[in-house]
Design a protein around this ligand. Structure first.
Ligand code: CA
Length: 703
């Protein structure tokens, strides 16, 4: 009997041993393991991970394409995408196969040399998910490990696909709920685990980052970025410490601090670094929020094995401006203060460039990389900002036009670093935002939870004002010296929301623009050496790879994202806002061309006459600002993606308008019912407001 039970135990342990053995075939597609990821820098042919290497420098050692040869760069192949929303993804290339995610979290694989499609996967994200995401149906990329491709779907699933076939292996909801949380960021792979956060700090989200088993999707660890309700007890000492920096009942709305984009890794220190989003709601007053609110708007370092807190550096204490710190975190070895230092370089939304010690988080230096008016500077010892009292708009009771604003001096568009030039290449934005505290604001059951009065600050139908705001809303490609903390060269663009950057050993920097050009500059001087018209604005980041000795450059093209859906007349500041979604791949000597772009429909405004009372219109403006403007655009002026309500035929019919806003008849297209927050008379007020706006603009354009 004893022998038999011993035998059973032995057999059981053998079976367990088998099931734990990683399924990994070195000769099958997606043959990426831990050793390969750690040695990515010397693997110039491939682009194995989101930022190419764990330090996320987005620097390639390839130099076949260089200032002498770049004039011969042409299009090798292109692939039209079957989505028409913002394309933000960085493609990956592994052993001759290019993998890319698109809007709606779809994933596609191509022969990286010829463009021949290999497989395509659609997670069939419900379209009404759009009503719970701030910034379009975007996805920033996939991870590849052990013959699998990992994608975070917009609706909060982490999905593992077979790298050979694109067939799902497993799929798991990895967010606390699918009403307030969404995923747009690329997963990373650290020590054989999939690392991923989520978004939702404009809804009711409590930020966190977690590690998952690549074979099963099982959660291994999770680190929360803000404390929960103290009555429930704290998960760890870091949460207890953080709770001392909050007041009010922040947990009722989650608190924010989402980890929606940047994640870097230093194997020597065994640290995972990530950025956290704004505190929630933006306006601190309604929830009685005071204090620094750790660990929002911060960089946090955790133990790569356990997810345990190691250090943090908060860039924007007492955030009330949506100053996410989720932008690219680049690790590098710099000569700093006469000594070699392993540093973190960061250019968050708040407009300051930070250099931190990567082991300890010590603040080494910080300087504004663009015009900043919310703070007058940083404490040279601690990096703590000197906040302009006028920027505390909920205290003064007066609107404050902050520069930068919620769009950020730099957003998710990746920056890159060249160890050859020692420069960081930042897609900078000169964008303001008028913050006004909404009086008597209360959380609602649907929509943005910001406590901001978007009706009062909506763009007026005044040509002079619009022209002035457009003129100062611009973009810049900035080459920044992180040691001297100063600009070395810059290129000015007519509008913000230009693409991420790629630096190469060929002394080149590549960037796509909002105006629809893919451009190569010399990395040392910023001289424009080459460009290619892309027919649509570019917001994603380029990559480069090599097959059979030939260097390729790839970029996913397709205008969209928050700048299109929410900024009204400013959405078109760089030119056309239309979306033609396409992957474009270039190499030397190629002569490919694009088909002519489809004709652009120019619809005149033809609204019904104004019949609403001034009270109805004012009430409609308030509700529009709160519930509609984040998708249909400030002051009812949409970008290129979502319906521009000023043109809507439903303005003529109160019953139809009500059936959409209250009854949700267009739910399958992403326009959900707002019944939980609005009454039929509110819907009619919104209709009257949009009619009023359409008539104002018709008059404006007739002048
Ligand atoms: Ca945010």
């Amino acid at each position: 009997m004893r022998r038999r039970s011993q035998l059973i135990m032995l057999l059981a342990s053998l079976v367990a041993g088998c099931s734990q053995a990683p399924v990994f075939d070195k000769n099958a597609p997606g043959a990426v393991d831990e050793a390969r990821l750690l040695a990515a820098d010397s693997d110039a042919d491939n682009w194995l991970a989101f930022g190419r290497t764990p330090d996320e420098q987005r620097f390639s050692p390839l130099d076949q394409i260089n200032p002498q040869s770049v004039k011969d760069l042409g299009m090798a192949w292109s692939a039209d995408m079957d989505t028409a929303r913002g394309q933000e993804a960085t493609p990956l290339v592994v052993d001759g196969v290019l993998y890319v995610s698109t809007a709606w979290s779809m994933v596609k694989a191509y022969d990286a040399a010829t463009g021949k499609p290999i497989w395509s996967y659609d997670p069939e994200v419900p379209r009404d998910t759009l009503s719970r995401v701030c910034c379009d149906a975007v996805n920033r990329g996939v991870a590849i490990y052990h013959n699998k491709v990992f994608v975070g779907a917009l609706d909060g699933r982490l999905i593992a696909l077979d790298a050979a076939t694109g067939k799902p292996v497993w799929s798991k909801v990895v967010v606390p709920d699918q009403k307030n949380y969404s995923i747009t960021g690329a997963p990373r792979v650290v020590k054989g685990r999939i690392i991923l956060g989520s978004g939702g700090s404009e809804y009711k989200a409590r930020g966190s980052i977690a590690a998952f088993d690549p074979e099963t999707g099982e959660e291994v660890w999770r680190f929360h970025t803000v404390p929960g309700n103290p009555a429930d007890g704290f998960e760890n000492a870091a949460m207890e410490k953080a709770a001392k920096t909050w007041t009010g009942k922040w947990w009722e709305l989650g608190g924010g601090g989402s980890v929606w984009d940047s994640i870097s890794y230093d194997p020597d220190f065994n640290l995972i670094y990530f950025g956290t989003a704004n505190a929630e709601p933006w306006n601190p007053a309604p929830m009685g929020r005071t204090g620094d609110n750790l660990y929002t708007s911060s960089i946090v370092a955790v133990n790569a094995d356990t997810g345990e807190y190691v250090w943090h550096f908060q860039e924007t204490p007492e955030d009330r401006w949506d100053f996410d710190s989720n932008q690219s975190i680049i690790l590098a070895n710099l000569e700093f203060g006469g000594k070699p230092r392993r540093v973190i370089m960061h250019a968050p939304k708040n407009g300051f460039f930070y250099v931190l010690d990567a082991r300890t988080g010590e603040f080494l230096s910080g300087k504004a990389f663009t015009y900043v008016n919310w703070a007058s500077g940083l404490d040279p010892k601690t990096g703590y900002p000197a906040i302009n009292p006028e920027a505390r708009y909920e205290k003064t009771g007066k609107p404050f036009l902050a520069v930068p604003g919620a769009g950020g001096a730099h957003s998710w568009q990746s920056m890159s670093f060249s160890p050859k030039t020692g420069l960081v290449y930042i897609p900078v934005q000169e964008v303001g935002f008028p913050y006004a505290a909404e009086k008597d604001w209360k959380p609602s059951s649907i929509g943005f939870q910001t406590g901001i009065d978007s009706a009062t600050t909506a763009m007026p139908a005044d040509a002079k004002v619009q022209a002035e705001v457009k003129k100062v809303t611009t973009g810049t490609l900035l080459a920044w010296d992180p040691v001297a903390q100063k600009a070395v060269w810059s290129v000015k663009y007519p509008g913000p929301w230009n693409g991420g950057t790629l630096a190469t050993a060929g002394n080149l920097v590549f960037q796509g623009t909002a105006g629809g050009q893919f451009v190569a500059y010399s990395a040392d001087k910023g001289k424009k050496l080459w460009s290619f018209p892309t027919q649509s604005g570019v917001i994603a980041s380029p990559i480069t790879y090599r097959i059979k000795g030939e260097q390729y450059v790839a970029i996913l093209v397709g205008w969209g994202g928050i700048w299109d859906v929410a900024t009204g007349v400013l959405a078109g500041n760089s030119g056309s806002t239309r979306n033609i979604s396409r992957l474009m791949v270039f190499k030397l000597g190629a002569k490919g061309s694009l088909p002519p772009p489809p004709p652009l429909a120019q619809m005149p405004l033809d609204p019904p006459p104004v019949t609403g009372t001034p009270e109805q219109i004012a009430e409609g403006a308030r509700n529009y600002g709160r519930y509609c403007s984040a998708c249909h655009g400030d002051a009812a002026v949409a970008g290129g993606l979502n319906p521009d309500l000023r043109h809507s035929g439903t303005l003529n019919d109160a019953a139809v308008f009500k059936s959409i806003v209250i009854d949700g008849i267009l739910q399958h297209q992403g326009m959900v019912s707002f019944r939980s927050a609005l009454k039929p008379k509110d819907a009619d007020g919104i209709r009257h407001y949009v009619i009023s706006r359409a008539n104002e603009d018709k008059k404006l354009h007739a002048k």
